[in-house]
Write a protein that binds this ligand. Sequence first.
Ligand SMILES: [Zn+2]
Length: 73
Amino acid sequence: MKKTTAQIPPAAPSRNEFYDEKKWCEQCGTYVSFLMSVNHSYCVHCGGRVRLFSRNDSAHFQDHVQRHKWQAS
Ligand SMILES: [Zn+2]
């Protein structure tokens, strides 16, 4: 897992994930197209698990998801 400072991607993350069908890939460090499986989504480039939001965004999102912490891959 990359520990580098998260950069704000050129394309600002859209809150409308149904329209902007991309998710954040830690390995690629950008928003990527993804493959969906039952429980998780995976980057089409590196096969890593992707998330809805980047680390920057997730910081704001933590309060909502802290009950079921994200499993670090
Ligand atoms: Zn990737």
